[in-house]
Structure formats: structure tokens, C-alpha cells
Ligand binder design. Structure first.
Ligand code: FAD
Length: 311
């Protein structure tokens, strides 16, 4: 009976599309690591990749440089994240025009977190875009960009309730967003209920699940509460005792992410956005498990080639 599970169909990899998120590197060493990651993931032919924007525009140049390099040196469509925190409309518009002139036509439009840190009270810059929805309108007024926005299956921590949260998503869509990428989550029922709510509100753009492979459980658990994503007890149990055992941690993380993605495929989901943390291994392994293969096969190592020739 199991052979008929949708996620095990031989052609499933052709029906699923993936995107990968990176952050802009700070040092030459980090840049080299990012580039190894991009080079490893590129043959999987992602729908697009995206590069985050540091708090308060702190990575404006590095984000642009990284997106530009991906556009120039790979065939992958690349999006720049952009926030409006701590900047006037004119300043944000100048960044948009600068990116546009570099050939960047895809954006992930975000309000951003307060400069004082995630979870602190937010107050918009006087004369700035107040929220993600206003930033989408600002982008649209400049050019016909491809615009993604953020969505929160467990609602944004600042939202008093789901209705307010989804109303904000609706405003983003009304202003021109064509795709939402979710905050990460670990309980697929929460995502499914959220998508039902969103559809009932008359929002029909793709709500692409953000998948967080757990590279470091402690870090993810710390960040989760501030990001409005809860860590279920069963997840904590799976990583229990593995802080000093990176190999087992990585194996468990790969199993956890693959299980989550396959279950979403069973529920009819076809697009996935991976928060890679600039590391390829877990995202690559999950993509492999769901049948996504490198377009150009990697060259066979000499020893393996010799072995197969002898067989
Ligand atoms: P908004 O949608 O503007 O607001 C968030 C919520 O606050 C709304 O859902 C709404 O409920 C409430 N709210 C806001 N304004 C109002 C209002 N006027 N009236 C009523 N309710 C309101 N951060 C970065 O700094 N850089 C990044 O590159 C980055 N990338 C991200 C990518 C993804 C996929 C996600 C999910 C998040 C990302 N973030 C990033 C984090 C994001 O900036 C924070 O979650 C931020 O707190 C909210 O941004 P937003 O665009 O969702 O905000």
C-alpha cells in the first residue's frame, strides 16, 4: 500500500519546486562558504534563491552584491530581501532604484524588526513605510517587480489575533505581492489550518512553506519564541542529548526535515522555501529524498569511476 503514497511516486521530484534562502556573507571566508553552497544547490534548479537584508539596512551593499553575483554567475533567478525599518520612503526608494539599476527585479518585501531587536516594540520611521503592505505598494509604484512577502502560520507575535494578521497579508496581496513565504514551523497541521484561514479570507496567492532544517537545535529553539514559531515537545526530544554529537544531530535533522516535507507533499503542497543558513547539506539531502536531482550530474570521483569500470 505504501508504494502508492504520493511522496513516493517516481516522478514526484518533477512536480515539486524549491527555493533557497541565504544571508549575505560578512567575511571572505563566509563568502567562500556561501559560494560552495550556491554551487552545490544550483544544479537542483531552484525556482529562485533569495538573500536576506540585515536589520536597519546594515547589509544593503552586501545583499545587493550577493544577489548580483548569483544573477551574473549562475542561471538562478535571485531575489533581494528589503526592509523599511529605520528609513524614510525616499531612502528606501533610493535603495530600490539602485537595486533595479543592478538588474535586480525580484524582492522579498518586509517591514523588518525594530533596531532594538526581535520582539521589541516597533515604531515606524517618521515619513517611512509603516509596514510590509506599504513597502509592497512602494515597490510596485517604481517598477513591475516580482514581490514576495512574509506570512505567519502561528501569526506574527505583534498581531493581536489571526484576523488582524491575515488582514495585513490581504493588504500586501492587494498592493501587488504575488507569493507569500511563511515563517518556519514544525507542525504541519498549523500550516494547513493557516492556509485554510487565508483562503477563506479570499487570498489565493501561493503560501510557500518556509522549511528550517535544524542545523543547531539550541539556536533554533532560542530564536523560535521571538519569531512566533513554537518548538513542539517531540522535536526537542528528538534532539535531546545531541548538542555534543554533531554527526547524529545532522542525521536527525535531515530525517526531521524530510519527514516534514514529505508529509506536506502528501497534503498537496508543491513549493518549498528552505532557510539554508548558507549551508547546503541538509537542504540538498531533503531535495534528494523527494526526487529532485542535479541537472548536470556531478563528475564521478576517480576511485568510484575505476570501481565501476572494473565491475
Ligand atoms: P508586517 O506584515 O508589516 O507586520 C507584521 C504583523 O504586525 C502583521 O501581520 C500585523 O498583524 C502587525 N501589524 C503591523 N503593522 C500593523 C498595523 N499598522 N496595524 C495592525 N497590525 C499591524 N527580517 C529582516 O530584517 N531581514 C530579512 O531579510 C527578513 N526576511 C524574512 C523572510 C521571511 C520569509 C520571513 C517570514 C521573515 C523575514 N524577516 C526578515 C523577519 C521580518 O522582518 C519580521 O518578522 C518583522 O517583524 C515583520 O515583517 P513583516 O513584513 O511580516 O511585517
Amino acid at each position: 500500500m505504501n508504494q502508492f503514497r504520493f511522496s513516493r511516486r517516481p516522478d514526484i521530484g518533477k512536480r515539486v519546486s524549491v527555493s533557497f534562502e541565504f544571508f549575505p556573507p560578512k567575511t571572505d571566508e563566509m563568502e567562500a562558504r556561501l559560494w560552495n553552497t550556491v554551487t552545490r544547490l544550483e544544479p537542483l534548479q531552484p525556482e529562485f534563491v533569495s538573500v536576506t537584508y540585515g536589520a536597519g539596512g546594515s547589509t544593503r551593499e552586501r545583499t545587493a552584491r550577493t544577489v548580483k553575483r548569483i544573477l551574473t554567475e549562475t542561471g538562478i533567478p535571485a531575489a533581494a530581501h528589503l526592509t523599511c525599518v529605520g528609513a524614510s520612503r525616499n531612502e528606501v526608494n533610493a535603495v530600490i532604484r539602485e537595486y533595479d539599476a543592478l538588474g535586480i527585479k525580484r524582492f522579498v518585501a518586509l517591514r523588518g524588526d525594530p533596531a532594538s531587536g526581535v520582539g521589541q516594540a516597533y515604531s515606524p520611521h517618521p515619513g517611512g513605510y509603516e509596514n510590509g503592505a506599504e513597502l509592497v505598494a512602494g515597490l510596485r509604484s517604481i517598477a513591475d517587480f516580482d514581490i514576495s512577502v512574509a506570512a505567519y502560520p502561528e501569526k506574527h507575535p505583534e498581531s493581536p489575533d489571526f484576523a488582524t494578521d491575515i488582514e495585513m497579508l490581504k493588504r500586501k496581496v492587494d498592493n501587488g505581492a504575488t507569493r507569500a513565504i511563511t515563517q518556519f514551523f514544525f507542525d504541519n497541521d498549523i500550516y494547513e489550518r493557516y492556509v485554510e484561514r487565508v483562503r477563506r479570507a479570499g487570498i489565493y496567492i501561493p503560501i510557500v512553506p518556509g522549511i528550517q532544517p535544524v542545523h543547531n537545535f539550541r539556536q533554533v529553539a532560542n530564536f523560535s519564541s521571538r519569531a512566533g514559531a513554537h518548538v513542539p515537545a517531540w522535536l526537542a526530544e528528538r534532539f535531546e542529548g545531541l548538542d555534543e554529537d554533531p554527526q547524529t544531530h545532522a542525521l536527525v535533522a535531515s530525517a526531521v526535515a524530510a519527514e516534514q516535507v514529505m508529509d506536506l507533499i502528501e497534503r498537496g503542497v508543491g513549493d518549498f522555501h528552505f532557510y539554508t543558513m548558507n549551508r547546503a547539506d541538509l537542504a540538498f539531502a531533503v531535495c534528494h529524498m523527494i526526487g529532485i536531482r542535479a541537472h548536470e550530474p556531478a563528475a564521478m570521483p576517480a576511485a568510484a569511476a575505476a570501481g565501476s569500470a572494473a565491475a
